[in-house]
Design a binder for this molecule. Structure first.
Ligand code: PLP
Length: 452
């Protein structure tokens, strides 16, 4: 079986249970991983639907130019469909969007005009105004207008919603979705609430956007609007695709938390998703106390992590914005480079001479002393040296006769400052037990190296 063209590969994306990143959430959490669409985002669904509806309505005809203001993902879907169907594309986007997104649109043959972010939507320089002007000036053109074109939410009502219902076998209790045009959340929510009106729908908003206040007060407050970093969600106007009656609650997430959770999803679940997935998971965690173990939560992961390589997945970018916490080094980090090597120990019954030989051979200054499986003592070169000068005959005696107290055990996750206090002049090393039950030594030398 094969598809006639790439557009037939849109939809039927997988649902994947999350474990680590949502471990604080007392519910089953499932991600609807929309990165599996051929344009790597959920927007493929609505882009195709908007084009097909426009074709049916006679607004889009062979040879026409598709015009749209897009942050990237809708553009990918439109550009892909335009290639298959034979249209040209001109997109306007903002200078806030990832370079990767703009490059990807150009890779698919679209013309992209980058406009300033920090201007009102009505400003002639805004990406909304420029796209409207282009539509007026370009003969045989059609503007998709994803914000107010209701084919957008219809696509999700007809495909994403039924997929989620079927994949959860009707068990879904909560839907969590980042809201931009509102198409994804409103379309899915309408379908799901028709199946089960008790399903709760939580929209994820960002600081700098108008949605939450409007939902809660009915007031469109311009004071809520300011520039933000989070991509894909939040708006400074009310798109017609947002059906506020279907959204039970809006939760705002900071740029920092959205960025941190975007990275966590990749590192803790192995799912390489975009920034709005991070917002959605951070928002879900903020709302965790409203959930119980019987609940089944579906979170939409809109797009792919590759679009954010130069941003949320770049340490310098994160650090420049104060989004990276200073790294706390722990005991285990001091010895991570030599975990594959077994620790050198000496038996209490061996002679001091044998112990000295071992220390010289392995070039070490201290050793734990064992009796079978037990750690019964310790020896250090400084202590041995002092005693051997006065009593050379000690070489032939058992280690048990000269050893000092055993090194203390510390937790492998003990932060470095506390660890350093334990490894003082008197006790030049400590021991840690690892997950596989083996034991390793951490010396003052290891700590100095870790600090360097
Ligand atoms: C990455 C990303 N996340 C979330 C959204 C929000 O989806 P919707 O516009 O359907 O509300 C978008 C929309 O552009 C997006 O690109």
């Amino acid at each position: 079986m094969w598809y006639q063209n790439i557009l037939q590969a849109i939809g039927n994306t997988p649902m994947v249970q999350l474990h680590r990143v949502t471990k604080e959430v007392p519910a089953t959490v499932l991600a609807k991983v929309e990165t599996f669409n051929p344009g790597h985002s959920t927007k493929d669904r609505m882009a195709l639907r908007m084009i097909e509806d426009a074709e049916k309505a006679g607004k889009l005809k062979p040879g026409y130019t598709i015009i749209e203001g897009t942050s990237g993902n809708t553009g990918m879907g439109l550009a892909m469909a335009a290639i298959v169907k034979g249209y040209k594309c001109i997109f306007t986007t903002t200078d806030k969007q990832s370079k990767e997104k703009v490059d990807a649109l150009r890779a698919l043959g679209a013309e992209v005009i980058v406009c300033p972010t920090n201007v009102d939507p009505e400003d002639p320089r805004s990406y909304y105004s420029v796209s409207s002007r282009l539509e007026r000036e370009t003969p045989n053109s059609w503007k998709a207008n994803q914000y107010d074109n209701l084919s957008n939410r219809q696509a999700h009502y007809e495909s994403t919603g039924p997929e989620i219902w079927a994949q959860t076998e009707g068990k879904i209790t909560h839907l969590v979705v980042g809201v931009g045009t509102g198409g994804t959340i409103s379309g899915i929510a309408r379908y799901l609430k028709e199946q089960n009106p008790n399903i709760k729908v939580w929209g994820i908003d960002t600081y700098g956007s108008v949605f939450k206040k409007y939902k809660e007060t009915g007031i469109f407050d311009k004071n809520e609007i300011y520039p933000y970093i989070t991509e894909g969600i939040g708006e400074d106007f009310l798109p017609q695709n947002v059906d506020f009656s279907l959204i039970d609650h809006f939760e705002k997430v900071t740029d920092k938390d959205a960025a941190i959770y975007t990275r966590k999803i990749a590192r803790e679940e192995g799912i390489f998703a975009g920034n709005s997935a991070g917002s959605a998971i951070a928002g879900l965690i903020q709302m965790k106390d409203r959930l119980s173990p019987e609940d089944v939560v579906v979170v939409v992961f809109h797009d792919h992590g590759t679009r954010y390589l130069a941003k949320m997945f770049n340490d310098d970018w994160m650090r420049d914005r104060g989004f990276l916490e200073p790294e706390v080094k722990r005991a285990i980090d001091c010895i991570s480079h030599r975990l594959h090597l077994p620790m050198v120990t000496v038996e209490a019954s061996q002679t001091v001479g044998e112990a000295i030989h071992k220390m010289m051979h392995f070039n070490i200054s201290q050793m734990p002393v064992k009796s079978g499986a037990e750690f019964v003592g310790s020896i250090t070169d400084q202590n041995l040296l002092a005693r051997l000068i006065d009593e050379p005959e000690l070489r032939g005696k058992a280690v048990s006769e000269v050893m000092q107290a055993p090194f203390a055990f510390v937790d492998k996750n003990l932060p470095l400052p506390q660890l350093a206090k334990q490894v003082d002049k008197k006790m030049g090393a400590v021991l840690v037990k690892l997950d596989d039950e083996t034991v390793q030594i951490i010396t003052s030398h290891d700590i100095i190296q870790a600090l360097a």
